[in-house]
Unconditional design. Sequence first.
Length: 108
Amino acid sequence: MKKFVCSRCGACCRWPGAVKLTDAEVDVIAGFLNIPLADFLENHTVITPDRKHLSLCEKENGECEYLAVDSDGLSLCLIEKVKPQQCRNFPGKWNFPGWQEKCAGEYK
Ligand code: SF4
Ligand code: SF4
């Protein structure tokens, strides 16, 4: 069975859309960052447009706050160990029409 191999292009951390967080993820990420929960909620999350979820903040350029680039130019998630399930689930468990044109990864 083919397995998806991410090329670490970072596109999925840059395109528009909210990274929704569960309550458990909020706790875990705040703990990983070693900041108080109230600080994380106030300064690192926003309410989604439908007002039903919290999501991660974006930088001014629209990319996720936790996207970085390593010395080889490859994308790097600063909260990789605790990144939200939504991030882990792309593209196998959710995607959208035409996603393969925007994602440089491949099934091999
Ligand atoms: S949490 Fe990590 S994997 Fe998810 S969008 Fe942000 S940088 Fe990308
Ligand atoms: S868009 Fe695809 S290849 Fe690029 S970082 Fe995201 S999953 Fe990996």
